[in-house]
Ligand binder design. Structure first.
Ligand code: ADP
Ligand code: ADP
Length: 228
């Protein structure tokens, strides 16, 4: 469903961040990109929703080139979760989650129902949390909202760039477990960047190991363990 054909990214300084990558990410797959800092993971991820333009090659989603999508249509249908918690501080939790559904002109009732359903899904009691501001939540709780916000308008694809790496180990483990459960329930395609092999093995249906802008290994956790 997401395909990369000979995708290369050179930055202005001629730094080649991603080199002629060919890759197919399947629908509903939990796909983890892993590798050392600077190997091109974030660049690869951000090309999918056109946050970074490609230098060469083609990326397609459901066979259509990403360049042929309307940019809003593309961004609204791809959830995006960052390492840094990026909630709007002046908005309530409900308003934060409602941003994309509102852009998509969902009705007020529809949005409220969705917000409640999502907060419940990640164990945040809606009556207690929906009207709070982000600063009244712990880091782990805010990151849960970050995950839920990316899911709000029911996107087909969710991109996650080290979403849990800023959290303490206990919150991180809990959020990983919850994300796995969530993924089993919603069956979305997730592309997840990590630099932690334990995390990759735990979460991924498939793991893609990168080094210096290239794919050096790709396979299921079992295959990765057997051929390190
Ligand atoms: P990773 O996510 O694996 O840490 P990145 O995709 O962020 O790697 O970066 C890949 C390479 O591209 C690195 O060498 C990085 O310094 C370089 N790079 C990333 N962003 C830019 C940019 N905006 N301009 C120039 N070089 C960049
Ligand atoms: P992120 O993981 O969100 O891309 P980074 O810390 O890698 O954040 O980069 C922060 C910003 O600096 C980004 O806009 C990135 O594109 C840019 N950047 C990263 N590496 C380089 C580089 N070598 N030269 C110029 N800009 C860079």
């Amino acid at each position: 469903m997401i395909t990369f054909e000979n995708v290369t990214k050179k930055y202005v300084n001629d730094q080649v961040a991603v080199k002629a990558i060919n890759l197919e990410i399947k629908k509903g797959e939990f796909f983890v990109l892993i590798g050392p800092s600077g190997c091109g993971k974030t660049t690869l991820l951000k090309m999918i929703n056109r946050l970074i333009p490609l230098t060469e090659g083609t990326i397609r989603i459901n066979e259509k080139r990403i360049s042929d999508y309307n940019i809003h249509e593309l961004r609204w249908n791809i959830g995006y979760v960052l390492q840094q918690i990026a909630l709007f501080p002046h908005m309530t939790i409900e308003e934060n989650i409602a941003v994309v559904p509102e852009l998509k002109k969902w009705s007020k009732q529809q949005i409220q129902k969705r917000v409640y359903e999502l907060l419940e899904m990640v164990g945040l009691e809606p009556d207690k949390y929906s009207q709070r501001k982000p600063k009244e939540l712990s880091g782990g709780e805010q990151q849960r909202v970050g995950v839920v916000r990316a899911l709000a308008a029911d996107p087909e694809i969710i991109l996650m760039d080290e979403p849990f790496s800023a959290l303490d180990p206990i919150s991180r483990t809990k959020l990983q477990d919850d994300l796995l459960e969530l993924q089993r329930a919603i069956q979305k395609t997730i592309v997840f960047v990590s630099h932690d092999m334990q995390e990759a093995l735990k979460l991924g249906d498939r793991i893609c190991v990168m080094r210096d802008g290239e794919i050096v290994q790709i396979g299921t956790p079992q295959e990765i363990i057997q051929n390190p």
